[in-house]
Write a protein that binds this ligand. Structure first.
Ligand code: WTA
Length: 651
């Protein structure tokens, strides 16, 4: 087993589903698993037909030409017809799609019928600016209703969106717009975060001043009255364009494999990968998992996924799956501690939320803030609570179980990735006996297996997580780079999808996710590439060389530690360390700013010149140093461990 995988202690507490929950659950026996094991294509075909409305039925469930999959071949459907029109046609137009809560406490509700009208109008706006099926629209927005409207409007007319997280920098916008040759960027003046309006439009302006020549038009929604500069002919106010737009825009049937969106994610190189998702398979799997993992009852539930739509969790489980299933969702603009640390629990009480979906980092932060906060509010409406993004430690799981779930609300720890499109490993709340910290089992129709270094299947113990067969919501490729797609995911173990995660199977066959085994860090549930941060560090004029590692961090899972060697002529100092950290924040966005920059005289390298990050991780975690015998100069690590020349820490 690889040294990168640390196997922690066995957890033997178990929590069977509550009989009252089982009795009402959308699925409460093993029939889905049995059906999928017997004939998994037939299983997914049935789900796709039952959960979605097709304009033309598909003739072939799966065409698999490794590593390229096509699901539901010959089928035609429109995503927005599934998310909107069919609910309105069924008489549910007045049902609320989103209960939107602004950070300052202002609110907006939008029904399915109203959302459909907005989507049709904005689709016409995009057409009016010359966008056509097959084009790419970049989206850089805060958590306001215009964001799902923009995404759905793209989907309605076959324009693929590329949502760029609102915390990313101008450089990140340029890279993503250039890679996809996006024609338009949809943004807002700003959004509310941590009690103040935070501007977004100036970042778009900076990006367009420096690059992204493919962008011809900018559409700006007004959220905060920030009065941004508007470039004549290029920039347009959302409200002006919408005022003039027709609401007549029929849903055009799309092929099941029509590109729905691109979403960039960090890999092991410095260039983010544009993960491609298509229409039919993506919608089928996200709708299936949403309905059965969260036990969604659209008639009565008020569901809240507290992620940002800028990440895949928001794409799948704030926008596409909840609307396909016709449930009412809460959408929250801001941060969990504004204006007070009980904000999440206040929202749950206010809307009588039935499902909450959040990240382990958030739960650990809530733990730190104390049980007083949730105790002030009535959380008894919660029926299912979920987590995603990183392994959840058993302590945090138990706290979530006791203090948020009231001791009997099922917890669904869902493992999946930007690449997988939807849940892959998760308990089913009416079926699975859970263990704190384990994501339990692959969902029906997904075949997760662990393998060792040589690719042999591991039945018990540690291994690398692979998926042995294609699945409907799988990525269809990396935008513009089919070779990298094959190499990254399908070449390490021929015929298997390599997830990049280490995992363990315990004696009862439960899966325990153990974190990344590649050079990707997971900070507060966000994927950040060590190489990307290293490139940003050496981009600073004083830095000659850099090595980045993710150190264990109680709150954020991992924290970014950058070790840098200075160029001749630069003197180590705290100020320089601060400046280097800030530089990374500017290049990549705040989430990628190292927590600590350590200025070192040298870096540990093998004789062939490879930086030994493992040793730096040991130093960062304060562990006993691992094997240093392959080092070119073993004294380097001792020197670093003994205390670096200077550095800079997050305040
Ligand atoms: C990690 C987020 C443990 C994992 C949906 C994966 C998890 C990466 C879990 C994908 C979980 C996600 N338990 N680890 N329940 N969920 N991860 O692409 O390392 O932002 O490879 O997708 O997050 O992150 P991404």
């Amino acid at each position: 087993m690889s040294e990168a995988i640390e196997v922690y202690e066995v957890e033997d507490r178990t929590f069977p589903p509550d009989p009252a929950f089982v009795a009402q659950a959308n699925t409460n026996d093993r029939s889905f698993y049995e059906e999928a094991d017997a004939d998994y294509e037939a299983f997914w075909a049935r789900q796709a037909r039952e959960l979605l409305t097709w304009d033309t039925d598909f003739h072939t469930t799966l065409e698999w030409d490794l590593p390229f999959a096509q699901w539901f071949v010959g089928g035609q459907l429109n995503v927005t017809a599934n998310c909107l029109d069919r609910h309105v046609e069924a008489g549910n137009g007045d049902k609320i799609a989103y209960l939107w809560e602004g950070e300052p406490g202002d609110t907006r509700t939008i029904t399915y019928a109203e959302l459909l009208t907005e989507v049709k109008k904005f689709a016409n706006v995009l057409k009016g600016l010359g966008l056509q099926k097959g084009d790419i629209a970049a989206v850089y927005m805060p958590m306001i209703l215009e964001l799902p409207i923009a995404m759905l409007a793209c989907a309605r007319i076959g324009v693929a969106h590329s949502v760029i997280f609102g915390g990313f920098s101008a450089d990140a916008i340029i890279d993503r717009c250039d890679d996809a040759e996006a024609k338009v960027i949809i943004t807002a003046d700003g959004g509310y975060r941590k009690g103040a309006a935070s501007a977004l439009k100036p970042t778009v302006d900076a990006a367009l001043a420096a690059g992204a020549p493919s962008i011809q038009n900018v559409i700006v929604a007004n959220r905060c009255d920030l009065n941004p500069d508007m470039v004549e002919g290029r920039d347009h106010w959302w409200h002006d364009l919408m005022a003039a737009a027709s609401d007549d825009c029929p849903a055009e049937p799309m092929d099941a494999e029509q590109l729905l969106y691109i979403l960039y994610t960090s890999g092991t190189t410095s260039k983010p990968k544009g993960i491609m998702h298509t229409t039919g398979g993506y919608l089928a799997q996200t709708a299936f998992t949403h309905k059965f993992v969260f036990d969604i009852k659209p008639e009565t539930d008020i569901y809240w996924c507290a992620a940002d739509i800028g990440w895949v969790t928001g794409h799948s489980y704030i926008v596409y799956a909840p609307l396909t299933n016709g449930v009412t969702s809460v959408m929250y603009e801001g941060t969990p501690d504004t204006p007070h640390k009980g904000r999440f629990w206040e929202i749950i009480e206010k809307y009588k939320i039935t499902q909450l979906y959040t990240a382990p980092t958030a739960i650990r932060m809530f733990m730190k803030w104390g049980v007083n906060e949730p105790d002030k509010f009535d959380l008894s409406s919660l029926r299912v609570i979920g987590t995603v993004g990183e392994p959840i430690n058993p302590e945090a799981w138990m706290w979530y179980h006791e203090h948020i779930g009231g001791g009997n609300t099922p917890i669904v720890d869902t493992w999946w990735q930007t690449e997988t499109g939807g849940h892959m490993i998760s308990p089913l709340p009416g079926v699975t006996e859970t263990k704190p910290g384990s994501a339990c089992h692959a969902i029906p129709g997904v075949f997760a297996e662990l393998v060792d270094d040589d690719g042999n299947v591991v039945e018990r113990g540690g291994g690398y997580l692979t998926i042995a067969r294609p699945w409907p919501a799988m990525l269809r490729g990396i935008w513009g780079d089919p070779d990298r797609y094959h190499e990254t995911y399908w070449s390490r173990y021929e015929g298997r999808y390599f997830a990049g995660d280490g995992a363990k199977l315990d004696d009862d066959g439960y899966l325990w996710l153990l974190g990344r085994v590649d050079d990707v860090m997971n900070v507060s549930g966000h994927r950040i590439s060590t190489t990307e941060v290293e490139s940003a560090l050496v981009d600073h004029s004083a830095v000659a060389e850099a090595a980045v590692v993710g150190a264990n961090d109680e709150l954020t899972g991992q924290a970014i530690i950058g070790y840098v060697i200075l160029r001749g002529g630069s003197e180590p100092s705290k100020e320089l360390g601060d400046e280097i950290r800030a530089h990374v924040g500017e290049k990549l966005g705040k989430i990628a700013r190292p927590k600590t920059v350590v200025i070192v005289p040298d870096l540990p390298k093998t004789r062939s010149g490879k930086i030994m990050r493992r040793l730096l991780r040991d130093v960062a975690d304060g562990r006993q140093l691992g094997d240093t015998t392959t080092l070119a100069d073993p004294s380097v690590v001792a020197e670093i461990a003994a205390g670096a020349a200077a550095g800079s820490d997050e305040d």
